[in-house]
Design a binder for this molecule. Structure first.
Ligand code: NAX
Ligand code: K
Length: 522
């Protein structure tokens, strides 16, 4: 499991009501269980446990483990590299405080703080008595080069005559790639929580020792549902960035009949952080779109509908932006169909296809593109994938997909199986909109639960497409953009509903997007 997926999952537990403090307790308890087994297996008796702790959640696991190991009768020495005021994780701090509250010492616990590297030289371990060393310095939160004190501690741990057990990830090893930039704990065992981190798997036994995976009570739904923790996937904007660095978008849409759709998409794009939005639209739609906002840069096509005559202009504009949305409000006619099919093939930027584009663009022209998101509701889904639906599923598709009772485990799983078999030869990401949005690509699946019946109002689908293209333009990959877009859209819809009841429109919804993006449980 990639570190970002693990962090998002941990946070998602909080949104499901399962606190990270509780997960840390389970992690520390499972360390204690595994250490008891290893102690018996390696030494046939309890040995001294030496725990080195860092400033984050990994250190917190060590503090919890210390408490459980004491209860099992072990003698425990904790060497904390950070004092209480330097500890970054609130949960770790709570657990350090518990250890510090155990005064006067009745149990066989010692806690020492390592202020600087010189303090490390003072640690004297009896090399003739066996011990088990727990590396709780750094886990999935490692960033950049090891700081000097941590680096020295890793050297010390590697020199100790004892069994080295790394917690979650050997400190110094990249939890994503498995690479060691400088030095890492040379672990005999690595105890991983929930799932083995990708880097630990890639590094191999020579670097991480034997891998032990512990369940810490994270429900499958914390991974499957898009929740607030997934907002951790949003890019941090560099403070040195300037206009245009954070997303340039082209929206191709609008027609004599519809002009609101591209404007709402554009509003949602700006509201989710894109810097510049260009809209290519027929003359008849251009003026009303301009009047929506001074933020839009509108280029007029000649006719009342988009047509192949617009191809060169659009390709020229597409070459200057980071991502392109095709479809909102374009209406369906032969000329527009020709244009959209060529555009979908020729544009080599990340793409979103929405609304009429899904009725006009041929599946076989784009099914091998990975950098594409489609945002169908059920009837658009059926139309787009019409030649991909296996016979046995086709007969029953309406029943399978239009679930009313989504709490039914079997039905939800039938639906997932059916959707994945229909979309098996599509390499992009699909957001199937509904009461619950199902988001999937060839390998992954997520379910978004935000949103409310007030969102049946016109334009919320256009907002969704605008958010998706905005995230793409800011450098997120198509899968990440596809899972976050419906979450943000639905959550903003929920805030609009709280404020205005069913009286809100898609434009109102876009006003809440910025606040939703900034809102992560601490
Ligand atoms: N968040 C959760 O819900 C859970 C987290 N768990 C544990 O918490 C870990 C993740 O916690 P965190 O996100 O706090 O991250 P870490 O505990 O891995 O480390 C983050 C801390 O280390 C410091 N740091 C980062 N890079 C450094 C470097 N190169 N040199 C020196 N110091 C550096 C940071 O300043 C930060 O304070 C997991 O690996 C796991 O062990 C478990 O308790 C299970 C639950
Ligand atoms: K560690």
């Amino acid at each position: 499991m990639d570190p970002i997926d693990m962090m998002a999952t941990d946070y998602n537990c909080e949104y499901l009501g399962l606190s990270r403090l509780c997960l840390m307790e389970n992690a520390g308890k499972s360390i204690s269980d595994e250490i008891a087994i290893l102690s018996t297996y390696k030494y046939s008796r309890p040995v001294k446990i030496v725990i080195f702790t860092g400033s984050g959640g990994n250190g917190g696991d060590g503090f919890v483990a210390a408490r459980h190991l004491l209860n099992r009768g072990f003698e425990v020495d904790v060497y904390a590299l950070n004092t209480a005021d330097q500890i970054k994780s609130g949960d770790a701090l709570d657990n350090l405080k518990i250890l510090m509250n155990l005064e006067p010492r009745v149990s066989r616990l010692s806690v020492q703080f390592i202020k600087d590297s010189a303090d490390l030289d003072k640690i004297k371990l009896d090399n003739n008595s066996p011990c088990i060393v727990l590396d709780c310095l750094l886990g999935t939160g490692i960033k950049g080069k090891l700081r000097e004190k941590v680096r020295k501690t890793v050297e010390l741990i590697n020199a100790i005559n004892g069994l080295r057990v790394a917690i979650d990830v050997p400190s110094g090893l990249d939890p994503l790639t498995g690479e060691i930039a400088d030095i890492a704990v040379d672990a005999d065992y690595t105890v991983c929580f929930h799932k083995v981190k990708t880097g630990v798997k890639l590094a191999g036994e020579g670097k991480v020792g034997g891998i032990i995976t512990c369940d810490i009570g994270i429900p499958i739904e914390a991974e499957l549902f898009v929740e607030g923790g997934d907002l951790l996937r949003l890019n941090n904007r560099p403070s040195s960035s300037h206009k245009g660095n954070n997303g340039k978008i082209l929206i191709v849409g609008g027609s004599l009949d519809y002009y609101g759709a591209p404007a709402i998409s554009a509003k949602a794009s700006i509201a989710t952080g894109a810097d510049l939005v260009y809209i290519y639209t027929p003359k008849s739609a251009a003026l009303p779109i301009k009047s929506f906002s001074e933020d839009f840069i509108v280029k007029e096509a000649k006719g009342d509908y988009l047509s192949i005559d617009d191809l060169d202009d659009i390709l020229e504009m597409a070459s200057k932006v980071d991502a392109v949305l095709i479809g909102p409000g374009s209406a369906q006619n032969e000329d527009t169909m020709k244009l959209f099919n060529v555009l979908a093939m020729k544009i080599d930027k990340p793409l979103v296809l929405d609304a009429d584009a899904l009725k006009l663009v041929d599946f076989s022209l784009i099914n091998k593109k990975e950098d594409i998101i489609i945002t169908p509701h059920y009837s658009e889904f059926k139309s787009f994938f019409k030649n991909q639906i296996p016979r046995d599923i086709e007969r029953n598709l309406d029943n399978i997909v239009n679930l009313n009772d989504d709490s039914d485990f079997v039905k939800v799983n039938d639906k997932i199986d059916a959707l994945q078999s229909i979309t098996a030869s599509f390499d992009g990401s699909v957001i199937l909109k509904g009461q619950y949005d199902f988001i999937f690509n060839k390998n992954k699946l997520k379910i978004n639960r935000t949103g409310n019946p007030g969102m049946t109002v016109g334009g919320t689908g256009d907002a969704l497409a605008g958010i998706a293209v905005s995230l793409l333009s800011q450098g997120l990959d198509s899968w990440t953009s596809a899972i976050l877009a419906p979450y943000l859209n639905g959550k903003a819809g929920d805030l609009a509903m709280d404020a205005q009841g069913y009286g809100f429109g898609a434009q109102d919804l876009t006003q809440y997007l910025g606040a939703v993006m900034a809102n992560l449980i601490d």
